[in-house]
Design a protein around this ligand. Structure first.
Ligand SMILES: C[S@@+](CC[C@H](N)C(=O)[O-])C[C@H]1O[C@@H](n2cnc3c(N)ncnc32)[C@H](O)[C@@H]1O
Length: 234
């Protein structure tokens, strides 16, 4: 799968691209990430990408011209136009279902804002899918874009060592939070691993996990059960 990140700060991604699953996925040819800087599509000698808002008010807005030109050039690059996503706190809330939908795409273009955000004609003209990572304000769209990439790549076949890991993750197949898990040692500071997990009885373990998952979800995220996830009621 190909990701094109359009940003004013491509350097922010450098460390992230060189680590862990993402690097392995890139090295294995499963993930392809391209970074583009809006500034490379400016025409004035100061390479200005922002300007003050009409009507006054604080801060600066990212101007239309470098964004339209950058997006149009990147869409013409190999691989088809792809799905254009704008990271914005005003967008639809990102969740596991959206990550699963995005993972079906061949190519995602991620538009990262900065300052006070984008001139609104960028949304009107380019019609991106607008995506928010939560009801809070980040300084830029780069960390939100990394969050989208990080959750989508887990769902690309071959990226995780064990394909079943994503299946049991919270919010995934069952729509519930995952059950509690433990590793060695069997006892730590007086806290013991539940006996059932040491029993070797796979049926009983699966049932225990299902109950724990349900209970944990009821306690912490009742909305997941009371909402559309009727699959999980007893
Ligand atoms: C400081 S924010 C601008 C916020 C804008 N003035 C508003 O109130 O909607 C700058 C950029 O950070 C990104 N950003 C901030 N919070 C975000 C969030 N919760 N989800 C996605 N992107 C976000 C967007 O790309 C945005 O253009």
């Amino acid at each position: 799968m190909r990701f094109d990140v359009l940003t004013l700060f491509p350097g922010i991604f450098q460390g992230y691209l060189e680590q862990s699953l993402l690097k392995k996925g890139i090295d294995a040819g499963l993930i392809d990430i391209h970074l583009w800087n809006f500034r490379d599509w400016t025409t004035d000698k100061h390479q200005s990408v922002d300007d003050t808002p009409y009507g006054g008010g604080p801060g600066m807005l990212i101007r239309c011209e470098p964004v339209f030109d950058c997006v149009e050039a990147v869409q013409k690059d190999v691989g088809g136009p792809g799905k254009l996503v704008m990271l914005t706190p005003q967008g639809e809330r990102f969740d596991q279902k959206m990550a699963e939908d995005f993972a079906q795409e061949k190519r995602l273009l991620l538009l990262c804002g900065r300052y006070e955000g984008f001139d609104d004609r960028i949304n009107q003209g380019l019609k991106p899918v607008e995506v928010s990572v939560g009801d809070f304000i980040c300084n830029g769209g780069e960390v939100p874009a990394m969050l989208v990439i990080d959750s989508v790549i887990r769902l690309i076949p071959g990226v995780l060592g064990d394909e079943t890991s994503a299946k049991y993750d919270s919010f995934s197949d069952s729509g519930l939070l995952e059950y509690p898990q433990y590793t060695r040692p069997r006892e730590y500071r007086g806290m013991a691993v539940p006996e059932i997990l040491l029993s070797g009885n796979h049926g009983a373990i699966a049932e225990w996990r299902r109950q724990q998952s349900l209970e944990r979800t009821r306690q912490r995220r009742g909305d997941l059960i009371n909402g559309s996830h009727t699959c999980c009621e007893d």
